[in-house]
Design a binder for this molecule. Structure first.
Ligand code: BG6
Ligand code: MG
Length: 219
C-alpha cells in the first residue's frame, strides 16, 4: 500500500489497560499521605509524566514534601506500579489493538510508540509487541511532558513522516492536546465527553475497523 502516513500509538490506556494500574498506585500513595484522589482527577493525570503527576497530586492534597521525600514517594509509586505489571503478557493487549498494528505493519506503514512512561519498553517486551514498532519514543527520551507535543514530534521525525501526516491514538486529554498542537490527526480512545478535543473518538480499539484505518491512509 502506498501511503505517506505514519501512526503513533500511546501505550497506557490505548495498547494495554495500565492506566488503571497507574491510578491504583497513585491512589495508594495519596491515601498513605492522608487524602484521596478521584477518577475525575485521575483523568488529568493520564498521559502526564511521573514527576508532573506527583506534583499535581501533592497540590490536590495540599501536601508539601522535601526533595528527598518527593523522590522517595515517586520510587514507592513506581515499585507499587511494577508489581501490578509484573505478570503482564500478551493477553494484556487490549482487544483490537494487535489487529490494527498488524494491518499497518503488513502494509509497510511506519508505526511508532509515543508514551510518557519510562516503563514503556519493558511493557512492549512483556507483551511481545516491541519488534512491531519502527521506533519507540518514551519518557526516557523527552524533556517536556504531554500536553507538550515533543514526544509525538520526535516520533514523527524518527519515522521520517511529516507531523500533519501522522495519526495519533490517545486515551488522555493531555495526549490529545499534544497531538492537536503537533498538527497531527488525533484519535481519542475512550469517552467522548472526556476526549471531545480529538478529531475522532472511539470507545475502544475494537470499534476501529480496518476500513477506517484504510480511510485514514488516504486522507
Ligand atoms: C503515561 C501514563 O503513559 O505515563 C501516566 O498515562 C504515567 O499515568 C506516565 O504517570 C509516566 O509513566 P511511568 O511508567 O514512567 O511512571
Ligand atoms: Mg495513555
Amino acid at each position: 500500500m502506498n501511503s505517506n502516513k505514519g501512526f503513533i500509538f500511546d501505550l497506557d490506556g490505548v495498547i494495554v489497560d495500565t492506566a488503571n494500574y497507574h491510578f491504583l498506585a497513585w491512589r495508594k500513595l495519596a491515601n498513605n499521605l492522608g487524602f484521596d484522589i478521584t477518577e475525575a482527577q485521575n483523568e488529568k493525570l493520564k498521559g502526564v509524566s511521573r514527576v508532573r503527576s506527583l506534583e499535581q497530586i501533592l497540590e490536590w492534597g495540599n501536601v508539601s514534601l522535601s526533595q528527598d521525600e518527593f523522590m522517595e514517594q515517586m520510587a514507592l509509586k513506581n515499585d507499587n506500579y511494577l508489581t501490578y505489571i509484573s505478570t503482564m503478557d500478551s493477553t494484556a493487549i487490549l482487544p483490537g489493538v494487535s489487529r490494527a498494528i498488524d494491518h499497518l505493519v503488513e502494509n509497510n506503514i511506519p508505526v511508532a510508540l509515543g508514551s510518557a512512561s519510562k516503563n514503556a519498553r519493558s511493557i512492549l517486551e512483556r507483551t511481545g509487541l516491541y519488534h512491531k514498532f519502527n521506533t519507540v519514543v518514551d519518557g526516557n527520551d523527552v524533556n517536556k511532558a504531554k500536553p507538550n507535543p515533543e514526544v509525538f514530534l520526535i516520533a514523527a521525525s524518527k519515522l521520517k513522516v511529516e507531523p500533519s501526516n501522522c495519526v495519533v491514538f490517545e486515551d488522555s486529554q493531555a495526549g490529545v492536546k499534544a497531538a492537536n498542537t503537533a498538527n497531527m490527526i488525533s484519535i481519542g480512545i475512550g469517552d467522548k465527553k472526556v476526549l471531545g478535543e480529538a478529531q475522532h473518538v472511539f470507545p475502544n480499539f475494537d470499534e476501529i475497523d480496518t476500513e477506517f484505518i484504510n480511510k485514514l491512509l488516504k486522507v
